[in-house]
Design a protein around this ligand. Structure first.
Ligand SMILES: Cc1ncc(COP(=O)(O)O)c(C=O)c1O
Length: 363
């Protein structure tokens, strides 16, 4: 059968002119390379998979559902379970197809063309993409050389914006932002503050209790990291009930599939398992950090998350050599202040050994 792939002569030049110039100018999200993998340490995932017996139990339940029916829109049982866990109301919770979907939703709901959005780079790269997609204007208050936020400058800039993004522990820095500082920001601005806690289970410092006093706070959480569900795509935000209700209007109906809901509901009953994997990851992170500190030419930044960003000479060259040897870690060199840095996710003890051994070899 001949392929139907358009050839060069069937140019799409005119067709793509219909897509907004702001979007055509974007680089887009660069998914990290997969390739031959001995140690996959490039996406801040939890390397410990869900135990097979729970998977089977969930699959059996899934087999008894009617797959031809639409799922619940914003399933109330799961929202109630989460509400109980975090001592908030179920009407404060909005579930998303990964927390990134809710980041996009918030940006769509808030940003008008030219709208300033305050961030402190280096921070989560997807925010920049989401702001640009909505033709917003990024107001970037660069972090200090030690990767902490320049608090006075940030507070000053926070006064007049509708949307502020903060992340704790931050990706790619690994550093937490103090909750006292968050409170100052919340009191200084009338704008909304999106506080991304994707990695909070690794440091146990959540801003959720501040929701009671600050209706402009939106806390974002994910099941992709500590809960080991990156493959399913599920996350949620917690906000003031009225804010959550307005945001829900901009959401895609039925944004969660039955399977993700079933798995998440079941896993929430297994907090102990999740906490054990977190403890193992924290022990491994400290071991990895200590070993990396001893390597000359490697300068790890302290981290409160499940990854370590580190400075290294010829970062791109090192990344390539590691990749050729089946060790996937992440390029950070496109971030300001991290032009010579890479990021390694804490893996299983075996993966971390492979990473350390390979890093030593290539240095
Ligand atoms: C800061 C931050 N937020 C959120 C996410 C996860 O998003 P999701 O819930 O869509 O998997 C990541 C994943 O890398 C992240 O680094």
């Amino acid at each position: 059968m001949p392929t139907r792939t358009p050839s060069g002569s069937a140019s799409a030049d005119r067709a793509i002119q219909n897509i907004k110039p702001e979007i055509r100018a974007l680089k887009g999200y660069a998914a990290p390379p997969q390739g031959r993998v001995i140690a996959k340490l490039n996406q801040n995932e939890n390397p410990f998979d869900i135990p097979a017996k729970w998977k089977q139990e969930i699959l059996n339940k899934m087999a008894n559902l009617e797959w031809g029916r639409y799922p619940d829109n914003q399933p109330i049982a799961l929202r109630e379970k989460l509400a109980q866990r975090f001592s908030v109301g179920s009407n404060q919770i909005l579930l998303g197809h990964g927390s990134n979907q809710l980041l996009y939703l918030l940006m769509t709901a808030v940003i008008t063309p030219g709208e300033p959005v305050l961030v402190a780079p280096p921070t989560f790269s997807l925010v920049e993409l989401a702001v640009r997609l909505n033709q917003g204007q990024l107001v970037q208050m660069m972090k200090k050389p030690d990767l902490s936020i320049d608090q006075d400058t940030f507070l000053n800039a926070a006064k007049d914006v509708k949307l502020i993004f903060l992340c704790s522990p931050d990706n790619p820095t690994g550093q937490t932002v103090e909750l006292d500082f968050l409170e100052e920001v919340l009191s200084t601005t009338n704008g909304l503050v999106l506080w991304d806690e994707a990695y909070t289970e690794f440091c146990n410092k959540s801003a959720i209790p501040l929701l009671e006093k600050h209706p402009n706070l939106i806390v974002s959480r994910t099941f992709s990291k500590a809960f080991s569900l990156a493959g399913l795509r599920i996350g949620f935000i917690i906000a003031h009930p009225e804010v959550a209700a307005e945001l829900a209007k901009a959401n895609i109906p039925y944004n969660l599939d039955q399977f993700s809901v079933l798995v998440t509901d079941r896993l929430l009953d297994e907090s102990e398992w999740m906490e054990q994997t977190v403890q193992t990851i924290l022990q491994e992170r400290d071991r990895l950090f200590a070993a990396m500190q001893k390597l000359s030419g490697v300068a790890p930044f302290p981290s409160e998350a499940n990854f370590i960003t580190f400075g290294i000479e010829d970062a791109k060259g090192a990344l390539k050599k590691l990749q050729e040897r089946g060790v996937l870690i992440r390029d950070m060199t496109y971030y300001p202040r991290l032009e010579s840095a890479l990021r390694v996710t804490v893996g299983t003890p075996e993966e971390n050994d492979v990473f350390l051994k390979t890093l030593k070899e290539i240095l």
